[in-house]
Structures are given as structure tokens and as C-alpha cells.
Ligand binder design. Structure first.
Ligand SMILES: NC(=O)c1ccc[n+]([C@@H]2O[C@H](COP(=O)([O-])OP(=O)(O)OC[C@H]3O[C@@H](n4cnc5c(N)ncnc54)[C@H](OP(=O)(O)O)[C@@H]3O)[C@@H](O)[C@H]2O)c1
Length: 338
């Protein structure tokens, strides 16, 4: 095994995303010591998600000691394991990985994982789908469970060009639940025309609020999912029929929730809650988690739904890749390939 490896390093957070991205540098690091309970993963690919962008800007809740290797998610093969782990059980296994701990992340040729930071996927998923498996598909599942529990006949999803939204639409179709998507650009609505939404609205369009309210009441959409925050949270709260829930799970606008009708909260029992994948994973017992994993793998393998990837870049071109991703997020993920 080689003694050093290439990694992308972030020297410091910068609230200006372009400056933060330009600060990223390619470094050579010595292979780390493997702790008793740890796994060394030789990475095949690592993803970039909105949470990575927020992290680079210092607006995410995960903070790391600087300098650090960013990257919360990826995939690779386990090449070594700690002394108290059975090597037969781990070495050679292909895994999807996820970490939000204060340590080097996945944007590197090697990633040191804890046992609970990997999901074994074997050869069931290709590198693109394995590298994007741990976060969004499970998030969509956990979010969609809320609509099932609430027995909603329809759901509303903003930032509907996202990969989380794609998985939620597939789950909704399976359960006969209707979907109303909201996007901010007409071109994204056009791109999503045949992607299974029952209705698609453009939030910048004329009469958007009235259209949203009309369709929400008509389809009895009593669960809405907000990945945007700012005024979008208020738009969702204000359009919903009584006894509805807005689940906030992202802050793409980087703004505090605003314009929320107090009357909807007081007199129509509309509630606002939050969702965090980490909490959901902790609540899922092992058996349930394995069942969800298998169901999601089946959906991806059958091409019912899968994560769109718009470009793959080598470790030398990460900044170029990030620039493309942040200007056209609905087109799909950017992956770093090692
Ligand atoms: N809470 C959790 O545990 C959890 C877990 C996973 C993901 N998430 C959240 O889920 C959301 C979607 O993630 P993803 O990986 O699926 O996204 P993605 O595939 O990378 O796509 C991002 C989408 O957001 C849209 N968008 C970006 N900024 C926006 C803004 N200010 N207003 C409206 N739309 C905007 C983009 O549209 P354009 O093409 O118009 O830019 C694109 O459709 C993110 O907020 C992410 O942080 C939360």
C-alpha cells in the first residue's frame, strides 16, 4: 500500500463561497493510524451536496478543526481495519460512507471510517450511486415516512429539482400519493415535466401563492417539505389546508424562515417541524435500517429512481467541478473520482 495519499484540504472557512472554494488545495498526506474499531476506505468517488457548500461557507451546523478535508459522503473499498475488528468481515467490502464528525472527510483518496459510518453495498450499486447513497435516499425515505404517518393524500416539495425530491416522488408514486413540486426556474420545471410530479409550479411565476393554495387544497396536500427556508417557509405554511405540517429539512436560501401566517398556526393547526437524517438513523433499529437499505437499492437498480450525476472530476479539478455544480444544481451531482 502507498504511504501517502492525495486529499483536498480546506485551510479555513470563508463566508464567500467562491473565496472558500478557491482556497481549497490539493495536498499529499501520510496514511493515518487505524484505530482499533476503524476502517480504512480506499475511495472510488465522493459526492458534493448542499451541506458541503454550506460547510465551506461556515453556515452548516457541522464545524471541523481547520485545516480539514471536507466531504460528508462517498464510496470505496475497505482495505484495512482496526485490530479488534475481524478482517474477514470487512476487508474487500465495497461501502457507501457518511461522516459529519470532526475529522478528515471523504474528499480524499483514503477515508478513515468508524463502523457506523459505512453501509456495505457490494457490487449492487455502481460508483455514482454508491457515492450518493448514504445521505439523500435515506433522507427521502425518512421524510416520506412523515407523510405516510399523517395519511396525507398529497405532498408539496420545494427545490423540486433536487435529488432528495426525485426519491420522494418515486416513493410517493409507489404509495399512490400525489406530488406538487415547486422550483425557482422555468427551465427546471421544463426539465422535470416527465419526472412524475402531478403538478409543478414556478415560485417566481405570477400568482404563485394563489396557484399553490388552490392546488394544495384541491389535492388535500397536508404535508409540505421545505428545503429552502426564508420566505419559502411562509409560502408553504400559508397555502396549506387545516391540520397540515411543514417539515423543514434544508436552508438553501440561507435565510431564516419568514412571512409565516400566525393565523394558520393558531386557528388552522398548521405546524412546522424539522428533520435531520442523523436523528432518523439513530431512531431506526438495525432490522428496519437493513430493510430500508434493500428497498432503496431495489429502487435504484430497477432505475425507478436514481441520483442524477452531471459531472465527474479528478481530484485536480474539484474547484472547476464545484463551480459547475453550484450554478446548475438541478442538473445533478458533481462527483470527485479517485
Ligand atoms: N435535513 C437533512 O437531514 C438533510 C439530508 C439531506 C439533504 N438535505 C437537504 O435537502 C436539500 C436538497 O438536497 P439535494 O442534495 O437533493 O440537492 P441537489 O440535488 O444538489 O439540488 C439542489 C436543489 O436546490 C435548488 N436550490 C438551490 N438553492 C435554492 C434556493 N435558494 N431556492 C430554491 N431552490 C434552490 C436547486 O435548484 P437550481 O437548479 O435552481 O439551483 C436544486 O434543484 C438541501 O437543502 C439539503 O441540505 C437535508
Amino acid at each position: 500500500m502507498q504511504h501517502t495519499y492525495k486529499a483536498i484540504e480546506l485551510p479555513a472557512i470563508n463566508t464567500n463561497i467562491i473565496k472558500s472554494m478557491l482556497g481549497l488545495r490539493l495536498v499529499e498526506k501520510p496514511l493515518p493510524e487505524i484505530g482499533e474499531q476503524q476502517l480504512l476506505v480506499k475511495m472510488e468517488a465522493a459526492s458534493c451536496n448542499p451541506s458541503d457548500i454550506a460547510f465551506l461557507q461556515g453556515t452548516y451546523n457541522v464545524k471541523k478543526t481547520m485545516p480539514c478535508v471536507p466531504g460528508f459522503e462517498g464510496a470505496g473499498v475497505i482495505v484495512a481495519c482496526g485490530s479488534t475488528l475481524k478482517s474477514k468481515e470487512w476487508i474487500g467490502k465495497r461501502v457507501s460512507c457518511f461522516t459529519q464528525r470532526d475529522k478528515d472527510g471523504t474528499w480524499a483518496e483514503y477515508f478513515l471510517a468508524d463502523k457506523n459510518e459505512v453501509i456495505v453495498v457490494g457490487d449492487q450499486l455502481d460508483a455514482q450511486q454508491a457515492a450518493t447513497f448514504f445521505i439523500n435516499p435515506f433522507t427521502a425515505w425518512g421524510l416520506f415516512d412523515i407523510a405516510l404517518e399523517r395519511e396525507s393524500k398529497a405532498i408539496i416539495i420545494n427545490a423540486a429539482g433536487s435529488q432528495v425530491a426525485a426519491f420522494m416522488v418515486a416513493l410517493a408514486a409507489k404509495h399512490g400519493i400525489k406530488t406538487i413540486g415547486i422550483v425557482r426556474k422555468a427551465e427546471t420545471a421544463a426539465m422535470l415535466a416527465n419526472h412524475g410530479f402531478d403538478a409543478l409550479l414556478v415560485s417566481t411565476g405570477e400568482d404563485f401563492a394563489a396557484q399553490l393554495k388552490a392546488i394544495a387544497w384541491e389535492l388535500e396536500a397536508t404535508t409540505a417539505y421545505d428545503a429552502v427556508g426564508g420566505e419559502a417557509t411562509g409560502q408553504l405554511v400559508n397555502c396549506l389546508p387545516p391540520d397540515s405540517e411543514v417539515v423543514v429539512y434544508g436552508g438553501l436560501s440561507a435565510k431564516a424562515a419568514a412571512e409565516i401566517s400566525i393565523m394558520q398556526l393558531i386557528f388552522n393547526n398548521v405546524i412546522i417541524t424539522g428533520f435531520n437524517l442523523n436523528d432518523w438513523i439513530e431512531l431506526a433499529d438495525t432490522e428496519e435500517f437493513v430493510e430500508v437499505k434493500e428497498a432503496l437499492i431495489d429502487l435504484i437498480r430497477s432505475k425507478t429512481v436514481y441520483t442524477r450525476v452531471q459531472l465527474e472530476v479528478p481530484v485536480t479539478d474539484v474547484v472547476k467541478g464545484l463551480r459547475t455544480y453550484i450554478t446548475s444544481m438541478s442538473a445533478g451531482k458533481m462527483l470527485i473520482r479517485f
